[in-house]
Design a protein around this ligand. Structure first.
Ligand code: NAD
Ligand code: TYD
Length: 339
């Protein structure tokens, strides 16, 4: 199988490239990535010399680049990870989210229609279901819930999902969509909760918790997400949406305290800061469909996954310290300076 993996220099995309090359020696992968602030070629270093892998720098919303690549490579499958992915950035500057996440998806699907593929897989998010109340632990996101959105990021991802389903219905494009809960693991950009808190704790810097810290996320180890996408590509049904999540709900405060405990730093580093605008209260996935249809279950327990993740950040200081110099400082000061 020859796959186009877009956004493969980012967090989940890179983990997916590693997972697929390890699990399917017969597969070939071309990664198309624009190398935005979130894309890092250093991450892909371990596979750059693999003859089954090719990296192409390019923008998914650039029609000429995308069509040329499709003409050259004759892909069987497209897995679209490429996105602007950070909610806080979308609140500051929504425009780029619409361009990459919506128009980029359209351009990829147009090329997929023109050149023919057996599957277009859209990597979606549970944030397209809006949020759940904190006092209703009996409620979960299911695939048949209406799509809604709280942030420009989730609105852009919801729009892309709608467009993907429209291309399936109108043009018969063989699509699948997965909607996953919050991921954590190696190579996550330190703007997101878990790596940010690990980095700050290690540097004895304040840990900025938004609002009361009671907001709940459903955390999944990144490799479990990659395995679920692989299963959907091979055995999933065209036209279907699959939720991915492992019933691992934690409040932000719980996550932050776990990190502090594991790195041996005091809880006094926790600093409550102004809340995120429109902050979603609780995300919680019901993964029954993917479990029953494809036999998927998460394999990594949170206690193990968070330990492995912290160990990885401890062993790869240069990876994230490089990122956290330069532009990142400007971002950090803007986002957290007078919160
Ligand atoms: P990320 O921000 O770490 O990586 C995104 C990658 O896309 C980067 O390599 C970046 O350079 C690339 N990219 C951005 N704009 C591009 C463009 N115009 N053309 C080509 N490449 C471009 O994101 P992530 O956390 O790895 O998320 C990957 C996908 O998974 C996204 O679609 C996101 O919505 C979805 N998702 C993420 C999570 C999560 O917890 N991180 C959960 C569910 C779904
Ligand atoms: P994040 O990692 O940005 O993922 P998402 O918003 O897509 O769920 O944030 C996870 C949770 O952590 C979310 O409720 C916001 C909160 N948060 C903080 O409290 N402080 C921070 O510095 C960040 C980045 C996030």
């Amino acid at each position: 199988m020859k796959l186009l993996v877009t956004g493969g220099a980012g967090f989940i995309g890179a983990n997916f490239v590693f997972y697929m090359l390890k699990t399917h020696p017969e597969d070939e992968i071309v990664c198309l990535d624009a190398l935005t602030y979130a894309g890092n070629l250093e991450t892909l270093e371990p596979v750059m010399d693999d003859p089954r892998f090719r990296f192409v720098k390019g923008d998914v919303a650039d029609r000429e680049t995308v069509f040329r690549l499709f003409a050259e490579e004759k892909f069987d499958v497209v897995v679209n990870f490429a996105a602007e992915s950070h909610v806080d950035r979308s609140i500051e500057d929504p425009g780029i989210f619409l361009r990459t996440n919506i128009l980029g998806t359209q351009v990829l699907m147009d090329a997929a229609r023109e050149y023919g593929i057996t599957r277009f897989h859209q990597v979606g998010t549970d944030e397209v279901y809006g949020d759940l109340p904190l006092d209703r632990p009996d409620l979960f996101f299911t695939e048949d819930m209406p799509v809604t959105a709280s942030s420009p990021y989730s609105a852009s991802k919801a729009s892309a999902d709608l467009l993907v389903m429209a291309y399936h219905r109108t043009y018969g494009l063989p699509v699948t969509i997965s909607r996953c809960s919050n991921n954590y693991g190696p190579y996550q950009f330190p703007e997101k909760l878990i790596p940010l808190m690990i980095a700050n704790a290690l540097a004895d810097k304040p840990l900025p918790v938004y609002g009361t810290g009671e907001n709940v996320r459903d955390w999944l180890y990144v490799e479990d997400h990659c395995r679920a996408i692989d299963l959907i590509l091979r055995d999933g049904s065209v036209g279907e949406v699959y939720n991915i999540g492992g019933h691992n709900e934690k409040s932000n405060l719980q996550v932050v305290k776990t990190i502090l405990k594991q790195v041996g730093k005091p809880e006094s580093l926790i600093t409550f800061v102004g809340d995120r605008k429109g902050h979603d209260l609780r995300y919680a996935i019901d993964p029954t469909k993917i479990h029953e249809a494809l036999g998927w279950l998460p394999e990594t327990k949170f206690d193990d996954g968070i330990r492995q993740t912290i160990d990885w950040y401890l062993q790869h200081e240069s990876w994230w310290k490089n990122i956290m110099s330069g532009d990142y400082q400007e971002y950090y000061d803007k986002m957290y300076g007078n919160r």
